[in-house]
Design a protein. Structure first.
Length: 127
């Protein structure tokens, strides 16, 4: 969980977002957020769900969407996809068309590519 959280945090930084871990949302915390400017609300909100309570993770993301209009993302293993789809068909139907379900492997692949991109640009003298 923490390793994936660090990857998402670093991907955001590589794209020049202001990134935060454990970002407060009322009495709760989102795993990672990306903001465009220091005093703004999160543009992107991420919850990482490897084990634990999918319902609670979706509730936090729905709240981020409702109060900030954030782009909301849940990062999880393929084994949780059907349960998430079920929850999006019922209780969380309002966010069905805006929630992005990201596979853990996709985050790992994206992170590796981003690190390689940054390294290669540095080697050849590009920003």
């Amino acid at each position: 969980h923490d390793k994936v959280k660090d990857m998402i945090f670093e991907i955001g930084k590589m794209h020049r977002y202001i990134t935060d871990k454990e970002y407060e949302i009322n009495a709760d915390r989102l795993d990672v957020v990306w903001r465009r400017v220091e005093k703004s609300v999160p543009t992107y909100a991420f919850e990482i769900q490897i084990g634990g309570d999918l319902y609670h993770a979706l509730a936090k993301l729905k709240h981020a969407y409702d109060i900030w209009n954030s782009n909301i993302n849940i990062v999880t293993g393929e084994e949780n996809r059907s349960k998430i789809e079920e929850l999006l068909s019922g209780t969380f139907h309002e966010i069905r068309n805006v929630l992005n379900i990201i596979n853990l492997k996709q985050i790992k692949d994206l992170y590796a590519l981003q690190v390689m991109d940054v390294k290669l640009r540095k080697e050849i003298g590009l920003p």
